[in-house]
Design a protein around this ligand. Structure first.
Ligand SMILES: *Cc1c(COP(=O)(O)O)cnc(C)c1O
Length: 402
């Protein structure tokens, strides 16, 4: 028997759950792209995007996914033959490094293991050794979605300031924006990239770059930037089409307008607090289950865990079995483990991830945890009972704090 019929729940770390209001806003005939409501609506989004990123800086919007934003951001500030430093904490840091390499950029890679945040001391040593200031940017993933680790951007800013090193601090907030606390200006991040399909609750297809005046100056000194990736006109369009260097992503924009309204209505602080509380409930449930079984959280220190995604280790082949069981029997799709093992490693089936980014409530998380506990029982995966009860207690306490 399957118990999966009903509304499905995609509990993977992106694309995330799309609110009905966003879907409904997108369900409409093609609009006029020359004048009227659509161009006016896009003008209203720029300040709201700044609010989400906590910046007064510049905003560029692209039609592309997160991989595109890696290339977009680099294209504007790092030329072929120039150098970047990449302290990589998982698959996504390595992906950004790979994009840079393919652009002919020299990459100094500081590989971390799959269970640690960026080590500011290693970054300090690498930048201190760069006496000639050849390193033009530090590429830091805020939350690496493969390991679910969150790195401290303020510590990296402090390293750059301490050394008086002029490199740009560039942050990938594709997984974390509008989930984990992020304050671009206060934290001294020069360039930040994100995308629509995670905390912003819109289907994949829009990318965002935020940059400050220092980064704009670096852009101006670039020998050449290809037209599509150039952020200059996108951030300062004289004509509407220049926002997107071509036809506007019409329906995504209607969806984004609604998601930004939802974000403003809830407020960034409340959004961060909600994600923190829901993540805390997940962690406590996992701790209980793992106290008498193989389940462990990939990141040991709760202070380094993302509030948007949780990477878990269950041991092969249980991760795969659990994912298949929840999808077939309960209508819940869990995230694959990625970048935790080599592709031919049989232990690779032991990992899975939970996405809890964006449009997620207590009832969704309690449902997700209930499904996991049911799956452990159904599949005879050793675990201690009581994970859901412990999570409920955490959420009761969080709601009592107001
Ligand atoms: C999802 C993600 C990406 C890649 O985004 P795509 O839209 O899949 O190209 C990059 N970095 C991080 C941190 C992500 O979470």
């Amino acid at each position: 028997m399957s118990l999966a019929h009903g509304r499905p729940y995609l509990a993977i770390p992106g694309p995330s759950v799309i609110p009905d209001a966003v879907l409904q806003a997108m369900h409409r005939p093609a609009p006029n792209i020359y004048e009227g409501a659509l161009p006016e609506m896009v003008d209203t989004m720029i300040p709201d995007l700044r609010y989400v990123a906590q910046t007064s800086g510049h905003v560029g919007i692209y039609i592309c996914n997160g991989h595109g934003m890696w290339e977009a951001a680099l294209s504007n500030v790092v030329a072929e033959g120039e150098k970047v430093l990449v302290p990589a904490t998982g698959r996504f840091g390595l992906g950004w490094a790979d994009t840079a390499q393919a652009m002919g950029i020299e990459v100094e890679l500081l590989e971390h293991d799959r269970q640690s945040a960026i080590d500011p001391e290693r970054v300090h040593a690498a930048l201190a050794a760069d006496k000639a200031h050849r390193i033009k940017a530090v590429l830091a993933v805020h939350v690496d979605t493969s390991t679910s680790v969150r790195s401290d951007m303020t510590a990296l800013r402090a390293v750059l300031d301490d050394l008086g090193h002029p490199a740009l601090l560039m942050a990938d907030c594709i997984a974390s924006l509008a989930c984990d606390e992020f304050r671009m200006d206060d934290w001294g991040v020069d360039v930040m990239i994100s995308a629509s399909q995670k905390g912003l609750m819109v289907p994949p297809g829009l990318g965002f770059v935020f940059f400050n005046d220092k980064a704009a100056e670096v852009r101006r000194a670039m020998p050449r930037v290809t037209r599509y990736w150039d952020w200059t006109q996108r951030a300062n369009p004289e004509m509407f089409y220049q926002y997107f260097n071509g036809t506007a992503p019409t329906h995504h924009l209607y969806g984004l307008r609604v998601s930004l309204d939802m974000i403003k209505a809830e407020g960034m602080e409340a959004i961060w607090a909600r994600h923190a509380a829901l993540a805390g409930a997940i962690w406590v449930a996992c701790d209980v289950w793992g106290s008498a079984g193989p389940l462990t959280l990939n990141i040991k220190d709760p202070g380094l865990r993302s509030h948007a995604v949780t990477a878990l280790r269950l041991g092969a082949p249980h991760g795969k079995r659990l994912r298949e069981w929840t999808a077939e029997q309960t209508g819940v799709t869990l995230g694959l483990g990625i970048g935790m093992s080599e592709p031919d490693d049989p232990n690779g089936t032991g990992f899975f991830r939970l996405g809890h980014m964006g449009h997620v409530s207590a009832h969704m998380i309690l449902g997700l945890l209930g499904v996991l506990e049911t799956g452990f029982a159904a599949l005879d995966i050793p675990h201690a009972k009581g994970g859901v009860t412990a999570a409920a207690q955490v959420l009761a306490q969080a709601s009592a704090r107001g």
